[in-house]
Each structure stands twice: as C-alpha cells, then as structure tokens.
Write a protein that binds this ligand. Structure first.
Ligand code: TRP
Ligand code: SF4
Length: 400
C-alpha cells in the first residue's frame, strides 16, 4: 500500500514544449515509480481565465494527454483523468466555499498578479477569485499527501492546508470524540495501542515531529481499521477532532531553467519554444537559425559562449568534452557556429525520438487515449466519492 499519494494538474494550454518536459514532465515520470500518482487535465481551471474562448479547450486536452504519454507518463502506473469528468470536484468546491473567508482568497498572491498580467481580460469574476479554492478541492478530494508544483503555486497549496484545517476544525467535532478515539486506540491491539499512545504523547508534549510521522505511518499500516476510526485516530494525534480532510504538502519542482531559442527562459509567450513532438526538420531549422554571439560576424571572428544563447543549450544537452570543445573553438574561432550547434541539434532529436515514437502509437489509434482517460476518470471518481461521502456526512448532508 502506498502511504504517499501524489496529485498534480496541468491546464490544457496547447502544445507542450521542452520547457514543460524538463520542468515538469520528467519529474512526473520519475515520481510514478515511487508513489501512487494521479495527474489530471485542469480544464475547468482553463475556463477561469479563458472563459471566452472555450472552443480551444477540447483539442488542447487531447493534445496534452498525448504529450504526457509521449514524455513517458505510464498509464499502467498512474491515474490520468480530466477534471470536468469528475464532477465531485465541483461539489467539494461548492461545499468548501461555505467556509472560505473572502479575505483569504483576495490575499492569494496570484489573484492580483494575474489580474495585472492578463489586464486585457476581465478577471473580476467569481470563478477567477475562487480558482485557488477549486484547486484545493482538486487536492483534498483525493486526500493527496504531496503536490508537485512550481514556485508560483506554493501559496495555493498553503491555502489548501488552511482550508483543510478550517474544515476539520468546524466539522471534525463530534459528540463523544474523546471516548470514541479511546475505543479506537484499543482496537489497535495492546502493543500497537501502547506505541500509538507513546508517540502521541511525545508529539503533543514535546512537539516531536518524528513521533507524529511514526504514528501516522503506524496508522497507515493498519488495514483493518474502519474509516471513521482511522479519521479519529489521525485527528486525535494532532488535536481534538476528526481529521476528515488531510493537509497536503507542496513538493517544490525546481523551476525550469530550460533556455529557449533566444537565451530567455523557454515560454510560449516569448515565442522561443521547441515543442515536445516537433518534427525533425523544424527542430533543426530552429536551432540552426538561432542567434549567436553578435561579435561573431564573420567565421574568423572569435566569440564568447557567455554571450551566446546556444551556450545554455549546451549546458543542458552536452557533456564535459563537448562543452570544452565549444569554449575553445568559439574563443579561438576554431569552429563555426553551425558546427557548434550540431551537437545540440543531435541531442534534442535524440531526446525527442522516443517521444515521437510513443506519440505515434496514440495518434494512429486515438481510441487508446480515450480509453486511458476513461479508466482514469473511473478510478478518480471512486476515490473522490469516498471523500465526498465523509464530507457530506460531516456537513450534515447524508440523509437516509
Ligand atoms: N493551478 C495549477 C496551474 O495553473 C493547475 C492545477 C489545478 C493544479 N489544480 C491543481 C496543480 C491541483 C496541482 C494540484 O498550474
Ligand atoms: Fe555561440 Fe557556439 Fe557560435 Fe560560439 S561558436 S558564438 S557558442 S554558436
């Protein structure tokens, strides 16, 4: 059984490029062998900012899933789904909205930042203000323990933790909690209940976080506990109420240093990208026509890699020997720029080859992708339904 559950989402923004690959997807691929992973297409999130261009979403959704698969995200090991196919996200979003102070949303840094950045759009909408809460619902509905995100999204995970805490505080109090928790401790069996009590005391009296973690993994290993007792025991460790929603941790993805074709960071808005599955001729052409050190007007003029946008690409793609060859050859005018670019072209093509091959499989048979997503949505809905059952019950909505 996995103790950690990783969840992350991506907006369907169109063709992914090598910046996404080096910044995010490689990381997803690495995590899929270590954790239970759920990755989803955040199509509702796209509507929070692009509500006036809905027609672009559909194609982007499928293209993006193919990009994920091309990058090596393995549908046999991960759950891939689309947010809007799991309507429970919307229900949790609505229910959480009841307890979300407006001030908390207004203070999320991306709120003002994005409004300023996307000033051509009218983003004084209810949906845009509530978008971090929708993200919280995405995370909390799967009881995710880890959320890989870039730096800009860390405040959203922090916000999610606060919402979970507030929810547990308001709805986690049940009559007779102490007694019920005590009874649940006994059900662990004498040895484990003693260990649990010791660890709980060590955490509560000395703030010993290791003790807290040990107690949590002890609980995670108990297969036979009922869900209610499990929640009680988790809640009892940290406070005096049931823990219905669990607080996730942000897993900071090192911000992508992937350089674009002009030396700036690779980004769609700078128009300096190479897409993940771009065809070979186009990749070669883009790199061959990249600007170089402006001092090298003629082949015989020496240059300085430090002033050349090709150099950061060598740092991503080239080994030590090649890099030495570039430095020496550039500074002495021993090599030409086209010659210098060739190893980068070769390395990018080499990196993309398996991606193009994997993608071809799915392009030839789009039903494969549809099936992967249908399976993923079904799995996701099952998990989401479990959480919603507890949430409805806690909020007094499970009438019989
Ligand atoms: N808000 C994220 C972004 O814009 C995407 C996202 C939506 C997400 N829900 C999420 C990321 C849940 C992690 C977890 O990039
Ligand atoms: Fe840039 Fe290479 Fe040309 Fe030097 S030789 S200017 S590093 S492309």
């Amino acid at each position: 059984m996995f103790i950690e559950r990783v969840l992350s989402g991506m907006r369907p923004t169109g063709n992914l490029h090598l910046g996404h690959y080096h910044g995010v997807l490689k990381n997803w691929v690495q995590m899929q062998s270590q954790y239970e992973c759920l990755f989803f297409v955040a199509d509702w999130h796209a509507l929070t900012t692009h509500y006036d261009t809905p027609h672009i979403i559909e194609q982007n959704v499928w293209d993006m899933v193919v990009d994920w698969l091309a990058a090596g995200v393995d549908p046999a090991r991960t759950t891939l789904f689309i947010q809007s196919r799991v309507p429970e996200h919307a229900e949790l979003h609505l229910l959480l909205s009841m307890i979300t102070p407006l001030g908390w949303l207004e203070r999320v840094p991306t709120y003002k930042d994005q409004q300023e950045k996307l000033s051509e759009k009218d983003l004084s909408t209810y949906g845009f203000l509530g978008y971090p809460l929708l993200q919280s619902a995405d995370i909390l509905i799967y009881r995710a323990t880890q959320v890989p995100v870039g730096e800009d999204q860390v405040p959203h995970v922090e916000f999610t933790r606060e919402i979970a805490r507030r929810f547990n505080h308001i709805y986690g109090r049940e009559p007779g909690f102490e007694e019920k928790a005590g009874a649940a401790v006994k059900k662990l069996g004498s040895k484990k209940s003693r260990l649990y009590s010791e660890l709980r005391l060590r955490y509560q009296e000395q703030g010993d976080n290791d003790a807290l973690q040990s107690a949590q993994s002890l609980l995670n290993e108990q297969q036979s506990l009922s869900h209610g007792d499990r929640e009680r025991l988790f809640g009892y460790l940290e406070g005096s109420g049931k823990m219905i929603l669990s607080e996730p941790r942000a897993m900071l993805t090192a911000s992508s240093k992937m350089p674009g074709l002009d030396g700036q960071k690779m980004s769609k808005s700078y128009n300096n990208t190479i897409s993940l599955r771009e065809d070979e001729a186009s990749v070669s052409k883009k790199i061959r026509t990249m600007p170089t050190d402006p001092a090298r007007i003629r082949r015989s003029d020496p240059g300085d890699p430090g002033k050349c946008p090709v150099w950061p690409l060598h740092q991503v793609y080239s080994g030590e020997d090649t890099k030495q060859w570039v430095i020496k050859g550039c500074k002495s005018a021993g090599i030409g720029c086209i010659e210098c670019k060739q190893p980068v072209i070769d390395a990018v093509l080499e990196e993309q080859r398996p991606m193009r091959e994997r993608a071809q499989l799915y392009l030839d048979d789009p039903a494969l992708v549809r099936n992967i997503i249908a399976d993923g949505c079904e799995k996701a809905r099952k998990l989401a339904a479990e959480t919603m059952r507890d949430v409805r019950e806690a909020m007094g909505l499970s009438y019989t």
